[in-house]
Design a protein around this ligand. Structure first.
Ligand code: MG
Length: 338
């Protein structure tokens, strides 16, 4: 296979704020693996939260050339695992290679990825639509822009959380999910917020406390009327059995765990352990979002709206019908450049 690597800066529609900070644009590395005229595509949406940078991602991908040159897409499992073993971290880059391998193999075989997974596209859940951290006035405006998405995911954890939820409730009575992004600092605060949220039509709370505070999360969970979902506590190195006492579910992101195949392994392990599963995303184009969407029929909750935050999405793939994910039926990822 021949590796082609490009980088691209994409502007966001609006500044995007979560508990950790604000972004106005994102930078991506895109991977193309060409073999016998077939081109598999992948996207690396890096995340500084996990120690990734665009330069680091590009260096890592350059280092995969010798391994990929000798490989063919149908060996996606072993090649993907070898790439993942090259260095610790760099999961966004590993995910890009994994996507490109699966896309190339699917195109060669003429099979859409969800069909290889045995996933019924009609069973994909509706995705939530994310509302970032803004003033109550802007939050009201964003909720009005949410169109017909049936569930909203509200980012909290940066102070004034209750004012923002009240702003959302002035506009809609739709069910809400809440993501604190590690923003609450102690277990008493977290338990108090969760209890308050439970009376306001919130159906789950994601990552209430900083990662690696499982004992504190377990304490909150004992008092929580709502399911708690781990996100920053879920990394490729996670030992899922250790999360079962603290959390009811996990948020699996393809870019964070190093690809579609590692995500599938986590989903299956989570089910085995009785953990519920959300499929999440970074702010990424329709290439990365669609790769994840093929897994959506296998999970309970989807949060796959990252491409909607971009001003100019360079790809076309999964679409939305009143929030329900409509998977493309072309071979591989079924994604086309716009
Ligand atoms: Mg999250």
């Amino acid at each position: 296979m021949k590796l082609r690597l490009t980088t691209r800066r994409l502007e966001l529609r609006h500044p995007w704020t979560i508990a950790r900070g604000t972004a106005t644009h994102k930078e991506y590395a895109f991977v193309e693996l060409e073999s016998g005229g077939v081109r598999g595509l992948g996207e690396a949406a890096h995340n500084v939260r996990y120690g990734e940078s665009l330069d680091g991602i590009v260096d890592f991908l350059e280092g995969t050339r010798p391994l990929l040159e000798d490989a063919e897409p149908w060996r996606f499992r072993v090649v993907g695992d070898r790439v993942r073993a090259l260095a610790p971290g760099m999961n966004a880059a590993k995910a890009a290679v994994d996507m490109a391998l699966l896309d190339g193999w699917g195109k060669e075989a003429g099979v859409p990825l969800h069909r290889w997974l045995g996933a019924d596209p009609g069973a994909a859940p509706a995705t939530s639509y994310s509302i970032g951290i803004d003033s109550p006035e802007v939050v009201e405006e964003k909720v009005r822009e949410a169109g017909d998405f049936p569930v909203l995911k509200v980012k909290l954890g940066a102070g004034d959380d209750r004012a923002r939820i009240e702003a959302v409730r002035r506009v809609t009575d739709r069910p809400l999910r809440v993501d604190a992004n590690e923003g609450w600092t102690d277990r008493e605060e977290a338990a108090g917020e969760v209890e308050w949220l439970a009376d306001r039509g919130v159906e789950l709370v994601e990552q209430p406390l900083p990662a690696h505070r499982l004992d504190d999360v377990a304490w909150v969970r004992e008092r929580s009327p709502l399911p708690l979902v781990a996100d920053e506590d879920v990394t490729p190195e996670v030992r899922l059995p250790e999360l079962t006492g603290a959390y009811d579910g996990i948020n699996v992101k393809v870019a964070k765990v190093g690809g579609v195949l590692p995500a599938l392994r986590l989903i299956e392990t989570a089910r085995h352990l009785g953990l519920r599963v959300m499929l999440g995303c970074m702010v990424e184009s329709s290439l990365g979002i669609t790769a994840a969407a093929h897994l959506a029929p296998l999970v309970e909750w989807a949060d796959l709206d990252g491409a909607l935050l971009l001003r100019d999405d360079p790809f076309r793939g999964v679409t939305y019908d009143e929030g329900r994910l409509v998977l493309p039926d072309g071979p591989g990822l079924g994604v086309e450049a716009v």
